[in-house]
Design a protein around this ligand. Structure first.
Ligand code: NI
Length: 179
């Protein structure tokens, strides 16, 4: 956070058959796996293109959350399916060591192009919906702290736990692992 390109709107992908896209996606999956993240957006590794990846079978960082299918979304579009909004704790690879309470739509539909050039259209709710909204925000230059309504609920993971504001959860470890 602080890096200018993270606050820019990223560009649509027009070339779906380039080897560049393949290597970008590989870099993104590798980075996400190394950080044990739930998702990653291309601008987070310095590429301002509208590409996100997310999903896992089981994630040590979110032991209580159900699996999310491993998904590539290029040029994604999100539509809220209701006005229902819920606040939940989020972290971000680009904001290491911190957590914030962020309001998100609980029910969304999302679409985009996958790594094979096929259209994906899906409905998602709760944590799955939260992850997709968080990642797609990156493509519009929005980091989750910008969505926090009450900045008392933004802080260092361990401090938020110590103060009882946030339920204990896997915090970033010594190696500064974040999502
Ligand atoms: Ni993020």
């Amino acid at each position: 956070m602080g890096e200018e390109s993270l606050f820019e709107r990223s560009n649509e992908v027009n070339d779906f058959v380039s080897g560049e896209l393949d290597s970008l996606l590989q870099d993104m999956w590798d980075t996400m796996a190394a950080e044990e993240g739930a998702g990653l957006a291309a601008p987070q590794i310095g590429v301002n293109l509208r590409v996100v990846v997310f999903g896992y079978d089981a994630n040590p960082r979110y032991p209580d959350e159900p699996a999310i299918p491993e998904t590539v979304l290029i040029n994604p579009v999100i539509t809220a399916l209701s006005d229902l909004i819920e606040e939940g704790w989020e972290g971000c690879l680009s904001v290491p060591g911190m957590r914030g309470l962020v309001p998100r739509y609980t029910h969304i539909q999302y679409s985009g192009i996958d790594q094979n050039g096929h259209l994906i259209e899906r409905k998602a709710s709760d944590f799955h919906a939260r992850v997709v909204q968080h990642e797609c925000d990156h493509l519009d230059g929005i980091l989750y702290p910008q969505r926090i309504k009450d900045m008392r609920y933004f802080g260092f993971c361990q401090e938020l736990e110590n103060s009882g504001l946030m339920a204990p959860q896997p915090c970033d470890d010594d190696k500064n692992k974040v999502r």
